[in-house]
Ligand binder design. Structure first.
Ligand code: ATP
Length: 128
């Protein structure tokens, strides 16, 4: 009889997703740049003691950027399998997928500036 929830299948799916996360940060240059940005933001967040709401906003944005990067990478890899040679249609597909990541990354930078610039200014003005 089929179980309502197949735990072993769920664990297998987690393992495959984990392998995807490993290959994303192991082989993708942009994902590594996002990982470094994440570490710097966490250090800054701890240093400036940002609020719970600010942590939530930053966490959501980091998750969105990493997810977009993973989906972009999978589209790139699929495109390379489907059409290994140059194809103008593949150029559009890859450029659009990359645009999706860039838009989110730019929003994350803007939000980061909104959160951290006032705190940096207070730090410097307080130190004068
Ligand atoms: N098969 C192709 N046909 C047409 N244009 C392509 C093709 N492959 C890549 N391009 C162009 O080169 C750009 C970079 O593609 P590429 O797949 O190398 O991505 P990348 O950002 O360098 O990622 P990675 O270095 O992780 O592979 C694409 O956005 C696209 O404009």
């Amino acid at each position: 009889m089929n179980q309502p929830v197949d735990i072993r299948k769920a664990i297998r799916s987690f393992r495959y997703a984990g392998m995807g996360i490993y290959s994303l940060f192991r082989y993708e240059n942009n994902a590594r740049i996002h990982l470094i940005a994440f570490i710097l933001v966490v250090i800054a967040g701890i240093f400036f003691q940002i609020s719970s709401v600010e942590w939530c906003i930053i966490s959501i944005l980091i998750g969105l950027v990493w997810s977009a990067e993973a989906i972009n990478t999978s589209i790139e890899k699929l495109a390379d399998v489907v059409s290994p040679g140059y194809h103008p249609g593949i150029k559009d597909v890859k450029d659009l997928a990359a645009a999706g990541v860039l838009i989110l990354a730019l929003v994350a930078v803007i939000v980061g500036c909104i959160i951290f610039i006032p705190k940096v200014l207070i730090l410097f003005n307080g130190g004068l």
